[in-house]
Design a protein around this ligand. Structure first.
Ligand code: PFF
Length: 497
C-alpha cells in the first residue's frame, strides 16, 4: 500500500517553511558583505537581474516539478523522465552532506549565545575563537582532540532536527516555522532599529549603499550575484521541490514563488542595514575606516561582532544574545529543510515509514557530524562547502534547466503552474529556462573550474582537496547513479495524481 503523502496544514505554512529555508546564515552573514564589496548600491542591478532571470524562474520550475509530479526530488525527476532520476538524487545527497557541517556552525552559534551572557570571549576575540574555542589543529588531517562544547551543541541540534522531522510536515516543520520565522523577523527588526541608530552607524550605511558603478562591468560581480541568489533561495538542493510536493491540488504556485523570493530579499536588506549600522559604530568608535572592520561569515559573526558587543558594554550582552539567537533560529529552519529533502527522497524510494527514515538519517548524520567536532572541523567545513557550492549547486541548477528546457519542454511545467495559479507566467519564462539560466550557469561552472586549476582552493594540500573536495563531489554523483538504478517500492513511479 502506498503511504498517503504528507501535506501542509495551510498555504501560509508552506510559504513560511519555504521562506524559513531560504532565510539562513547566507542572509545574515554573507549578503551584507557581498553587497558592500561588490559595488554597494550598484550591486543591486546584477542582484535583481539574477533574481528575475534565474532565481525566480528556477523557483517556479522547482515548485512546478515538485507539485506536478508529487514527489521528492528524485521521484519528481524520475516521473518527469526516468533517465534523469540520478539528477534528483545528487541534490538530496548534497543536502545530507551540507547538514553534517551545518549542525557544527549552529553548534558554534549556540555556544556563543551562551558566551554572550558573560562576554566570555575577552578582548582578543580572534584568538579566543580559533585557539580557545575551536582548538583549530594545524592541517585537515590533523584531527586534534574532540572539542566537547561543540560536540554537545551538535548533539542537541541533531536531536532537534530529528524531533521536528519525526513529527512530520504539518505537525513538525510547519509548526517550527510558524514560531521561529516571526520571532526571527522580530529580533532582526530590533537589531536593525538599534544598529542603524547607534552613533557612527551612518558611516557604515553610507559606505554600504554608495554605488560604485565601475563594478557593474565586472563579470565577477555578476557571478557573485547569481551565486548569492541560488544559495540564498535554497535552489538546486532538493528543498523547494520537496516542499512543493506537499501542497494540495489547487495552489497558486507562481505568486508564491515571487513571494518567497521577495521575502528572502527583504530579509537580506534588513540584515545588511543592521550589520553595517553596527560596523559603522565600531569603525567610528575606533577611528578606523569601514574596510578595516568589514568582514563576512565566520569572521563577522565570531570575531568582529563579539568585539563590538564588548564595546557596547552591558547593552552589548543583550545585543549579543539577540544576534546569536538570530543565527540559531535562521539556521534551524534551513537545516530542518535539508533533513526533510534528504529523508523524503528515502521515504519515497523505499516506502519505509517516515519515523524510521528520519531516525536513521538523524543517527547517520550525527555520526558523520562528530568528525566536525574535532580540531580539524573548520577545515572540513571550508573545503566541502566550497566544492558543493561551486559544483554541486551550479551543475544541478544547470542540469535542471537543460532537462526541463530542452528535453521535457518548459511548456509542460508552465502550463501546469498557470492552470492552478492566479497569475499566469508568459513565454518569457521559457526563454529564461532554456537560454538565460543555462548560459549563466555554464559560464559560472567554467569560471569555477578554471579558477580551481589556476589556484587550488584555499591553498590546502592537494590530497585534502582531492578527498574532501573532488572526492565528495565524485562520491555524490556515484551514489546518485547507483540509487537511481534501484527499483521504486510499490510502483510509486507510476502511482500519482
Ligand atoms: N538558503 C540558506 C541561506 O541563505 O543561508 C542556505 C541553504 C539552506 C541553502 C538550505 C540550501 C538549502 F537547501
Amino acid at each position: 500500500m502506498e503511504q498517503k503523502r504528507d501535506q501542509w496544514g495551510s498555504k501560509l505554512g508552506f510559504i513560511l517553511a519555504a521562506v524559513g529555508s531560504a532565510v539562513g546564515l547566507g542572509n545574515i552573514w554573507r549578503y551584507p558583505y557581498l553587497l558592500y564589496s561588490n559595488g554597494g548600491g550598484a550591486f543591486l542591478i546584477p542582484y535583481f537581474f539574477a533574481l528575475f532571470t534565474a532565481g525566480i524562474p528556477l523557483m517556479i520550475l522547482e515548485y512546478g516539478l515538485g507539485h506536478k509530479y508529487k514527489g521528492s526530488t528524485p521521484l519528481a525527476m524520475a516521473r518527469a523522465n526516468k533517465k534523469w532520476e540520478w539528477l534528483g538524487w545528487w541534490p538530496s545527497i548534497n543536502s545530507f552532506i551540507i547538514l553534517t557541517y551545518y549542525s557544527m556552525i549552529l553548534s558554534w552559534a549556540v555556544n556563543y549565545l551562551y558566551f554572550s551572557l558573560t562576554q566570555a570571549w575577552g578582548t582578543d576575540t580572534n584568538a579566543f575563537f580559533f585557539n580557545d574555542f575551536l582548538k583549530l589543529s594545524s592541517a585537515p588531517f590533523d584531527l586534534g582532540g574532540m572539542v566537547w562544547p561543540i560536540f554537545f551543541g551538535i548533539t542537541a541540534l541533531w536531536v532537534i532536527n530529528w524531533f521536528i522531522c519525526y513529527r512530520g510536515v504539518s505537525g513538525g516543520i510547519e509548526k517550527l516555522n510558524k514560531i521561529l520565522l516571526p520571532t526571527l523577523i522580530g529580533i532582526m527588526v530590533i537589531i536593525v532599529i538599534r544598529g542603524a541608530t547607534l552613533p557612527g552607524a551612518s558611516l557604515g550605511l553610507n559606505k554600504l549603499f554608495t554605488p560604485d558603478w565601475s563594478k557593474v562591468m565586472d563579470p565577477k560581480v555578476w557571478i557573485a550575484a547569481y551565486g548569492q541568489v541560488f544559495f540564498s533561495l535554497s535552489l538546486a538542493m532538493g528543498v523547494m521541490m520537496t516542499y512543493s510536493s506537499y501542497l494540495p491540488e489547487k495552489t497558486d504556485i507562481n505568486n508564491t514563488a515571487f513571494m518567497t523570493a521577495f521575502a528572502n530579499s527583504g530579509f537580506e536588506f534588513l540584515s545588511a542595514i543592521g550589520v553595517f549600522g553596527i560596523l559603522g559604530f565600531m569603525a567610528s568608535s575606533q577611528g578606523v575606516g569601514i574596510d578595516e572592520v568589514a568582514s563576512q561569515s565566520i569572521g563577522l559573526a565570531f570575531v568582529v561582532f563579539p568585539k563590538v558587543f564588548t564595546m557596547m558594554g552591558a547593552f552589548g550582552k543583550i545585543f549579543g544574545v539577540l544576534f546569536f539567537a538570530c543565527l540559531v533560529f535562521a539556521g534551524l529552519t534551513s537545516s530542518v529543510s535539508l533533513v526533510e529533502a534528504f529523508s523524503s527522497a528515502i521515504i519515497d524510494k523505499t516506502g519505509m515509514d517516515r519515523k524510521k527514515v528520519v531516525t536513521l538519517a538523524a543517527v547517520g548524520g550525527y555520526l558523520v557530524s562528530i568528525f566536525y567536532a574535532t580540531g580539524a572541523g573548520l577545515y572540513f567545513l571550508d573545503i566541502i562547502d566550497a566544492f558543493i557550492n561551486s559544483y554541486g549547486i551550479v551543475v544541478v541548477g544547470l542540469a535542471e534547466a537543460v532537462v526541463i528546457g530542452w528535453l521535457l519542454g518548459p511548456g509542460q511545467i508552465r502550463e501546469h503552474t498557470n492552470a492552478i495559479s492566479y497569475y499566469s507566467i508568459g513565454k518569457w519564462w521559457d526563454v529564461m529556462i532554456k537560454f538565460v539560466t543555462p548560459t549563466v550557469l555554464t559560464f559560472m561552472l567554467v569560471q569555477n573550474i578554471v579558477n580551481e586549476i589556476k589556484s587550488p582552493y584555499g591553498g590546502y594540500p592537494s590530497l585534502a582537496l582531492a578527498i574532501l573536495g573532488w572526492g565528495v563531489i565524485g562520491l555524490g554523483i556515484l551514489l546518485s547513479v547507483v540509487l537511481s538504478k534501484k527499483a521504486w517500492k510499490n510502483n510509486s513511479l507510476e502511482n500519482y495524481k
